[in-house]
Each structure stands twice: as C-alpha cells, then as structure tokens.
Ligand binder design. Structure first.
Ligand SMILES: C=C1C[C@]23C[C@@]1(O)CC[C@H]2[C@@]12CCC[C@@](C)(C(=O)O1)[C@H]2[C@@H]3C(=O)O
Ligand code: AKG
Ligand code: FE2
Length: 373
C-alpha cells in the first residue's frame, strides 16, 4: 500500500502526452489546441461587485465564530472562497511566483529534461487530464510531490537549491494552513478532534499528504478558441491556490454560468475537493473549475493539493449520517481515489456513490461531470 503520494500512481499509470509547443513563439493557435469557442458567460460579478454572485472573501482574522459561519456558507453554496490574513507571508508568495516564472521561462528542451515520467507524479508536463480530451490545453505544469531536488537538478544543474528551498518553505506553510482550514470546515459541520482519529495527536494532520502543482498559462493569440485547464474537480480534501494578478480561474455553481474568481493581492483561493465532498456526505460539494487564458498576459498559479494519509479510508463521517441522511459514498483511500480519477476523470465521484440521489435524477453537478468528461 503506498504511504506517500509519490508512490500512489505506480499502479495507475497516467498517459503523458508528448505534444509540446513553444508557446512563446506561437503566432496562432494550432489546430491540435483549438477548442470550440468559449462563449462569454461572464456573470454580473465580473463587471461590478455583487455579493450574491461573487465568490466569498473571508478574512481569517475575523472572530472565529464569524469565520466558521462564513466558511459554512461558502462551502455549502459555493465550494470555493478566497482568504485574506491567512498568515502566509507576502514575500513567500512573491518568491514562489519568481521561482515559478524562472522555471517556465526556460527553453522547452531544458524543461523537457525534467519531464514527468508516464508512471510518475513529479515533473514537467502537459495537463494530466489532457488524455480525456481531443484537444490540447494552452498550459504547462510542474508537479512536486516530495522533494523537488531530482527534477530541479535537471533544470538547473548548478543552481537548483534556491528553487527547492522556496518550494519546501511554501509547502510547509501550506500544510499548516490546510490543517487549520480543515478544522474550520470540520468545526462548522460539528465535527471535533475526537471524531477524526486519522488527524493524529492533537488533530495536527501530521501524516497528511500534499503536492504542489505549478501551472503556467502563456498569453494566447486566440484566447476564445483555447483552453488553459479544462473543467475538473480536484481529488483532494481541499486545494489552496495562489494566482498571480492575471485572472483566469472560473468556477460554476450547480452547473450554471462560469464565474471568474478575481485575483486579490495577497489572497489565496480555497476550493473543496472530492474527499471533503465524501467526508461531508455531499454537504460541502467539490467545485467544478477551469482556467481560461487571455491575449495579453502570462498567468501563473500554484495549487497546493491537500489530502489525507494515503492509506486512510475516507467515508462519510458517522456524525453526519443517520436514517434520513444515509451514507452517499463508499469508503476509499486517497491512493485508490487518485487511481479512479486517472481512469474515470470527472465521473470518479459518481463511481464511488452508493445511493442514487433522493429525487432519482442525476444531480446537476454529476450531470455536468458526465457532460464534461
Ligand atoms: C495529488 C494530485 C491531484 C492531481 C493529481 C495529483 O497526483 C497531482 C496533480 C493534481 C492535478 C492538478 C491539475 C488538475 C488535476 C485534476 C490534474 O490532472 O492534476 C489534479 C489531480 C487531481 O486532483 O485529481
Ligand atoms: O490555474 C488555476 O487557476 C487552476 C489550477 C487548478 O485547478 C489545479 O491546479 O488543480
Ligand atoms: Fe483544480
């Protein structure tokens, strides 16, 4: 049984698509990258502030009872929110951005030296979900699970240490923040430390696993016909995302319009992944999201993908289950779920569902998943 994230894919090889282009020299979007036009579905929130249709922004320095209330609302009705005053220093966010830019601005041949192997997690490559789509995405990624040293050394044989130190420091900060967010979410569901043995002594989530995903979205000559990262949910408990000042992240609510998550300087985006969806028995649904590109600006994002220890069985929490609320999902380990996601992509969550939804119809999100996948 894999104990670490870096071992989880060994039994579930992911197809690594070897189609790469040098985005910086592309004057037009090649056919293999051309998607059906992205219609302008922008919500009113894109033009002016509208609380009801804007992704919630939560100030973590507010009184704790207020924070819990805001988190509960955001998780129940959005599956995504932004946080400010989260304790991650601004200069660390800037350092991560600088190192990310340094990586993606290397020549393609150099980046390919650190390419993700077909059965590996870490390294440089096209979006993992590419194999589910007929067209390629206008983005490049670099995943770090465990130490970045081996891959970074291939990128910069003499000069890899700073990159590794910054990523390590960032990952440590993210792990602490993710644990804190977990308790805010669980607390808002009435779950306490005794209810979650795998959180370990004092509920510190010491053995939890995580990976960093650096995403680069170059400026694109025809952004309406290109896709940065196609619609998906994350297979995580939760994901903490840093985005630079260029917008591109969009979310849907119940399969409705795409809503842009506007960059806020120093803020982080938190989204619910499929494992909190399962733990909460569907009360905190995972959010379908995507990244679009634009004509003028390069966009960089860094996602911290946070999950439980690999071997722990995740199932709906017993406190949230009763005769009126039967368990909707069977139990899965993160390792198993990542394999299911690699095979079934956006149908993975439905594939571990036990009961049909009460109304007997596929719910909007699952329906959307079917359409997208
Ligand atoms: C821990 C992980 C979640 C992830 C697969 C991975 O092993 C590392 C990359 C993650 C990522 C980031 C972009 C979207 C996503 C769906 C993908 O293809 O790779 C997620 C994966 C996931 O959440 O399933
Ligand atoms: O770049 C973004 O805003 C989204 C990235 C993302 O969804 C991911 O890495 O899982
Ligand atoms: Fe994501």
């Amino acid at each position: 049984m894999p104990a670490r994230l870096s071992e989880a894919f060994i039994n579930h090889p992911v197809h690594l698509n070897q189609n790469h282009i040098d985005f910086n020299s592309a004057k037009e979007v090649p056919d293999s990258y051309t998607w059906p036009p992205i219609h302008d579905d922008s919500s009113p929130a894109d033009y002016g502030y509208d609380v009801e249709s804007s992704v919630p922004v939560i100030d973590l320095s507010d009184p704790i009872s207020s924070v819990k209330g805001q988190i509960s609302h955001a998780c129940e009705s959005w599956g995504v929110f932004q946080i400010t005053n989260h304790g991650v220093p601004m200069d660390l966010l800037e350092k991560v951005q600088t190192e990310g830019k340094r990586l993606f601005s290397l020549p393609l041949q150099q980046k390919l030296k650190a390419a993700r192997s077909p059965d590996g997690i870490s390294g440089y490559g096209v979006a993992r979900i590419s194999s589910f789509f007929p067209k390629l995405m206008w983005s490049e990624g670099f995943t770090i699970a465990g130490s970045a040293v081996d891959h970074a050394r291939k990128l910069w044989p003499q000069d890899y240490i700073n990159f590794c130190e910054v990523m390590e420091e960032y990952e440590k900060g993210m792990k602490l923040l993710a644990g804190r967010l977990m308790w805010l979410m669980l607390g808002s569901l009435g779950i306490n430390k005794e209810d979650l043995q795998w959180a370990g002594p004092e509920g510190k989530f010491k053995d939890s696993c995580g990976a960093l995903q650096l995403n680069s979205y170059p400026a694109c000559p025809d952004p309406d016909r290109a896709m940065g990262l196609a619609a998906h949910t994350d297979s995580t408990l939760l994901t903490v995302l840093y985005q630079n000042s260029t917008s591109g992240l969009q979310v849907t609510r119940d399969g409705g319009k795409w809503i842009t998550v506007p960059p806020i300087s120093g803020a982080l985006v938190v989204n619910i992944g499929d494992l909190i969806h399962i733990l909460s028995n569907g009360r905190y649904p995972s959010v379908l999201h995507r990244a679009v590109v634009n004509r003028k600006c390069h966009r960089l994002s860094v996602a911290y993908l946070y999950g439980p220890p690999m071997h722990v069985q995740i199932s709906p929490l017993s406190k949230l289950v009763n005769l009126n609320n039967p368990p909707l999902y069977r139990s899965v380990t993160w390792s198993e779920y990542l394999g299911t996601k690699a095979k079934h992509f956006n149908k993975a969550l439905s594939s571990v569902r036990l009961c049909a939804p009460l109304n007997g119809i596929i719910d909007a999100k699952d329906h959307n998943r079917v359409k997208v996948g």
